[in-house]
Design a protein around this ligand. Structure first.
Ligand code: ATP
Ligand code: MG
Length: 296
C-alpha cells in the first residue's frame, strides 16, 4: 500500500482506496480525530487494479465534501450529521485529497439504495424477479427506474473478504432494530434528496452506498465517502430517456467503465490484468465531468 510519511500523523490502516492515520501524539490521538486520505487506487470486484486513476483521490474527496455540505443543509433539507471534524486542515502534502474526521464506531453494514435496476440487481431480477430478496413487478428492463427506491443492505466483510447482501431482518440481528431502522430510513432520505439534486443537473443517481458510524454520543453519523463515482452509479439523464440500448441508456459517470472493461477482459481467476491507458483516461475524464456537472 502507499501510506505516506505525514508530519504529525501515524498510518494505522489501508483499505482498498483510502489510507487512515491517527495523530502521532498520544494526547492528540485521545480526542478521536482521524485523517482519511483518498488515494488514486481503483478497485473492482473487490480487487485493487493497476495502474491507478490520476487525480481520482482528489476528485473523490472534493465530491464527498460537496455532498456533505449539501446534506448538512445547503440543499434545503435537514442536517444529516457527518464525520467531518472541522477546524483542522489536513497536511499540505495531501491537502486536496484528505479529510480530518471524527473516528466513529462504524456499523458493519453497507447501506445500499437502488432507484434503478442494473448490475447485480438486474442479474438477480432476471433470474428470480427479486432484488436482494425484495419482489419487484414483472416486465422491468435493465436500466429501468424502480417503482420506488429500495434499501438493500450488505454485510461489510473484513478486509480481503467479499461483502455479502443480507436481508433487512439479518441487519436487525446484526445492529439491532432501532439502528437498522435508522440506517434504512436515513439512507432512503439521503438517496431521495441526492437523486433530486442530481436530476436538476441532468444526472440520474441510479444507486449508491453509504456507511454510517455512531459518534461518542451515540448519534448516527454519515462517514466514509459519500455519493462519489466510486460508491454510486450516475447516468446522463437525457441519454437514459432517449437511448434504445442498455449501453446508450446507462452512459456512466462512474466506475462502471472499469467494471465493464474488466468483466470482458478477465475470467476472475488469478491477478486482474493491467488497465489499458484509454480506460484509465476515460475514467479520469468522467470523474472530472461528474464533479464539474454537480458542483462546478
Ligand atoms: P475495507 O475497510 O474492507 O478495506 P474499503 O476497501 O471500502 O473496505 P476504504 O474505503 O479504502 O476501504 O477505506 C476506508 C475505511 O475507513 C473503511 O473501512 C471505512 O469503513 C473506514 N471509515 C470511514 N470513515 C470512518 C470514520 N469516520 N471512522 C472510522 N472508520 C471510518
Ligand atoms: Mg470503501
Amino acid at each position: 500500500m502507499s501510506a505516506l510519511d505525514l508530519p504529525g500523523w501515524k498510518h494505522v490502516y489501508s483499505g482498498k482506496v483510502r489510507d487512515l492515520y491517527r495523530p502521532a501524539d498520544e494526547a492528540a490521538a485521545a480526542d478521536g480525530r482521524m485523517l482519511v486520505v483518498a488515494s488514486d487506487r481503483v478497485s473492482a470486484f473487490d480487487h485493487v487494479l493497476e495502474p491507478g486513476i490520476p487525480g481520482k483521490g482528489e476528485l473523490l474527496t472534493r465530491l464527498s465534501l460537496w455532498w456533505f455540505a449539501q446534506l448538512a443543509g445547503a440543499d434545503g433539507g435537514r442536517v444529516i450529521p457527518n464525520h467531518l471534524a472541522g477546524g483542522e486542515a489536513p497536511p499540505a502534502a495531501v491537502a486536496a485529497r484528505a479529510m480530518v474526521v471524527r473516528e466513529l464506531d462504524m456499523q458493519p453494514i453497507e447501506c445500499v439504495v437502488r432507484g434503478y435496476l442494473t448490475g447485480t440487481g438486474w442479474a438477480e431480477y432476471r433470474a428470480d424477479g427479486t432484488v436482494c430478496g425484495i419482489p419487484l413487478p414483472a416486465g422491468l428492463e435493465n436500466g429501468d427506474r424502480l417503482p420506488e427506491p429500495i434499501f438493500t443492505p450488505a454485510y461489510k466483510a473484513p478486509l480481503g473478504e467479499h461483502d455479502e447482501n443480507i436481508s433487512f431482518e439479518r441487519t436487525v440481528e446484526i445492529v439491532g432494530a432501532d439502528t437498522a431502522a435508522a440506517l434504512r430510513d436515513t439512507s432512503l432520505e439521503i438517496y431521495t434528496r441526492a437523486a433530486a439534486l442530481a436530476e436538476s443537473k441532468g444526472l440520474i443517481l441510479a444507486d449508491t452506498k453509504f456507511e454510517f458510524g455512531l459518534d461518542a454520543d451515540g448519534v448516527l453519523t454519515l462517514a466514509d465517502e459519500v455519493l462519489t463515482s466510486d460508491s454510486s452509479r450516475y447516468w446522463d439523464a437525457a441519454a437514459w430517456r432517449t437511448g434504445s440500448t442498455p449501453d446508450q441508456r446507462m452512459a456512466s459517470y462512474d466506475k462502471q467503465i472499469v467494471r465493464d472493461w474488466l468483466a470482458a477482459a478477465w475470467d476472475r481467476t488469478g491477478t486482474p490484468p493491467q488497465l489499458p491507458a484509454d480506460i484509465v483516461e476515460r475514467t479520469a475524464g468522467k470523474y472530472r465531468e461528474l464533479l464539474d456537472t454537480l458542483a462546478g
